[in-house]
Write a protein that binds this ligand. Structure first.
Ligand code: PLP
Length: 369
């Protein structure tokens, strides 16, 4: 199989699995237990917290481990005060847009911050948001479909200067570009393990003292009382190892991905009828989303699947919906072209040979005969 869907999920790195295995077998103690067998696991969780905090430039005490990016995003939105106004970008992942819609149903005013044709939040849109003066703003660092990177540091400063709380979903950016919580200047940031070659079902919310979160679950008081429940120790330890590797190998991984992406884009532009979305914007080095005039994205995905190539026709969660992607709609892409969208998201083990095989096959599918 040629796997080109790393924004949906990544395979576990062998070194991550190796770090996790003892905690699935020998060291199974409950980290809250006071005897040695438990304390040992607690200390491994503490080390993982330090590894992740080091990768993102935060203090270990600022991390709350969750079951993934979705839970961390839901937890972030609990920071809203009763009746307060909320603003999110129009291109957020459903794990922000759905809880935001729910808050709107509960009576909060909700503003969608628009993006331009390149998928970028503009200064004008931020000026409008400053006027609107919400209590909390959530804008993702990098988009899962287009890979577009927002200038969060600049906008966070402007918003926070006016006393507005800022959250960013950094799930897709982590491990692909430098992501430093302290330099972005946000109050809250979401990250997830399975997008950086760690195990699934593990993520974290990073937060500061200005934020007052409400726990989604009550119980044993784990994670400073913000996330009760016995810690998923093997996954947290795996996440820690994945973070350590992502930090050590970031430059090398990013250079490899960019080289492959450039080759892919050169070959794609040679195929008639293909347009790459958000081509002018700064994007993640691993992501390319494109439309092909007159084609159906999901049909194409199925044909590629038959040939052993895994791609996405939008975001993984939206696949199968038959509706054009809301991200592309927000960018003003016509519905017909949006329905033809294919997303390629490359990973550290992809090769030039795979890009060539894929583009040759795509060309044959697009121009039969
Ligand atoms: N945020 C973004 C931008 C994502 O792409 C995803 C997953 O696709 C999530 C959040 C959800 O993360 P998780 O799968 O860890 O719940």
């Amino acid at each position: 199989m040629i796997y080109f869907d790393h924004n949906a999920t990544t395979p576990i790195d062998d070194r991550v699995l190796e770090a996790m295995l003892p905690f699935l077998t020998t060291f199974y103690g409950n980290p809250s237990s006071l005897y040695r067998h438990g304390r040992l696991v607690r200390s491994a969780i503490d080390s993982a917290r330090e590894q992740i905090a080091a990768l993102v430039g935060a203090q270990p005490t600022q991390l709350i481990f969750t079951s993934g990016g979705t839970e961390a995003n839901n937890l972030a939105l609990t920071a809203i005060k009763p009746q307060a106004k909320l603003a999110i970008s129009a291109i957020e992942h459903t794990s922000i847009s759905e809880p935001a819609d729910n808050l709107a149903r509960l009576g909060h005013e909700l503003k969608l911050i628009g993006v331009d044709r390149n998928g970028l939040v503009s200064q004008d849109a931020i000026d409008e948001t400053l006027q609107y003066h919400p209590y909390l703003v959530s804008i993702m660092l990098a988009n899962n479909e287009t890979g577009v990177i927002q200038d969060i540091a600049r906008y966070a400063q402007q918003l926070r200067d006016k006393g507005i709380l800022v959250h960013t979903d950094a799930v897709q950016a982590l491990g692909k570009i430098t992501v430093l919580y302290n330099e972005l200047g946000v109050n809250m940031m979401t990250i997830s393990s399975h997008k950086i070659y760690g195990p699934k079902g593990c993520g974290a919310l990073i937060f500061d003292k200005e934020v007052s979160l409400k726990a989604l679950f009550l119980g044993g008081g784990q994670e400073q009382g913000f996330r009760a429940g016995t810690e998923n120790s093997p996954a947290i330890i795996g996440f820690g190892k994945a973070a350590e590797l992502a930090g050590a190998e970031l430059a090398q991984r990013a250079a490899h991905l960019l080289k492959l992406r450039n080759l892919l884009e050169d070959r794609l532009t040679a195929i008639p009828g293909i347009s790459i979305f958000a081509k002018e914007a700064q994007r993640l080095p691993n992501t390319v989303q494109f439309g092909i005039e007159g084609m159906d994205g999901e049909m194409l995905l199925m044909k590629l699947d038959q040939k052993g190539i895994a791609v996405s026709s939008g975001s993984a969660c939206a696949s199968g919906g038959g509706k054009p992607s809301p991200v592309l709609a927000a960018m003003g892409v016509a519905s017909e072209l949006a329905k033809s969208a294919i997303r390629i998201s490359l990973g550290k083990t992809n090769t030039e040979a795979e890009i060539i095989e894929f583009t040759n096959l795509l060309q044959a599918l697009v121009i039969p005969g």
